[in-house]
Design a protein around this ligand. Structure first.
Ligand code: SAM
Ligand code: SF4
Length: 332
């Protein structure tokens, strides 16, 4: 067995694998999907639980992956999730294993997932006001999210990070109240700049709320000081709030991109390697897997897939093209 690294032409090495377990979701966040949902991936193209465990295991045992995050779509709608977590944990006892989720139904399964080997969760929550939550997510499920968060905390799935996207004229006045709440609850809040990955292609550079605006709004109520320098491969710029220990993060993917330090690679629910969220090409591992390829052969394909990783996403370039797959099908 040879161990290879997932290096690219720019000297970056991917050690952090994001795995989308499904493109389906029980919310319809406006920056992600249209109200009617999307045409979902055909069932037969979606990797089975065993296939997911095998591919992730190849990443861990042969390719130097040290961190795995399950995402989607909504990963909790995948019934086999506890078994997938158990299988991946067996392949990598020292792996950092986390889940990005909207937390619907998490209150019922948080304990099971922790027992299966999950280390921690990131929960997406854009507003604490029921009417704003429903306006963004197009479903009235705020209470379920809050219950899910509490269950995750009780199951020791921390540190719990809460991800929020601010939208102009919708919840851009709610940053400080989200931060006050997160500090009181012991969750680590991070604001994510809205990216051009919505299925409807409605994103506009001129309309998005940028990191500088988010920070200015927070600084009207809190004193923020940089918490770590340099940022390294972590996408969030972290700030101590009022001297700490509480922190707040801003993930400025658009206005302060961190592509030069990127250590990520993605696997879609239908078994395609994407070397970047914004990649326009994918490498098919599912066909090789189903055709009987060995672990070594699949690892070789994966290594080749990384060579084409571009230096940066180029959102600000006039030539930028939004990828065909929306965020929900790539895995955010
Ligand atoms: N359904 C899960 C959730 O919402 O956490 C996991 C998948 S979701 C695609 C992952 C993250 O991507 C969420 O935090 C969501 O807010 C974020 N997201 C989705 N569309 C986005 C966009 N256009 N720009 C920035 N973040 C986005
Ligand atoms: Fe679903 Fe997550 Fe997209 Fe919202 S952001 S629609 S919860 S996949």
């Amino acid at each position: 067995m040879t161990t290879r690294a997932l290096g690219d032409r720019y000297g970056r090495v991917a050690t952090d694998l994001r795995v989308s377990l499904t493109d389906r979701c029980n919310l319809r966040c406006s920056y992600c999907m249209p109200p009617e949902g999307l045409e979902w991936l055909p069932d037969e193209t979606v990797l089975t639980d065993d296939e997911v465990v095998r591919l992730v295991g190849i990443g861990v045992r042969l390719l130097g992956i040290r961190e795995v995050r399950f995402t989607g779509g909504e990963p909790l709608v995948r019934r086999g999730l506890p078994g997938i977590i158990r299988g991946v944990r067996e392949a990598g006892p020292d792996l950092q294993l986390s889940l990005t989720t909207n937390a619907l139904g998490l209150s019922r399964v948080a304990g099971t997932l922790a027992q299966a080997g999950l280390d921690r969760v990131n929960v997406s929550l854009d507003s604490l006001r029921p009417e704003t939550f429903a306006q963004i997510a197009r479903r009235q499920r705020l209470e379920d999210v809050l219950e899910g968060l509490a269950a995750a905390r009780a199951a020791d799935l921390g540190p719990i990070k809460v991800n929020a996207v601010l939208l102009r004229g919708v919840n851009d006045d709610q940053g400080p109240e989200l931060l006050r709440w997160a500090i009181a609850e012991g969750y680590q809040l991070r604001f994510i700049e809205q990216m051009p990955l919505d299925a409807q292609h409605r994103w506009r550079r001129t309309e998005m709320i940028v990191a500088a605006e988010i920070l200015a709004a927070l600084e009207r109520e809190f004193t923020l000081t940089p918490a770590r320098e340099p940022r390294g491969s972590a996408p969030a710029e972290l700030f101590l709030v009022d001297g700490g220990p509480a922190t707040v993060g801003v993930i400025a993917s658009v206005t302060r991109p961190f592509c030069g330090d990127c250590d990520r690679v993605r696997l879609t629910a239908d078994g395609q390697v994407r070397n970047c969220l914004f990649a326009r090409e994918e490498s098919d591992l599912r066909t090789a897997l189903r055709a009987g390829a060995s672990d070594e052969q699949i690892a070789d394909r994966w290594v080749v897939a990384m060579r084409g990783k571009r230096a940066g996403h180029g959102i600000d370039d006039p030539t930028f093209l939004q990828p065909d797959r929306p965020m929900s099908a790539i895995g955010g």
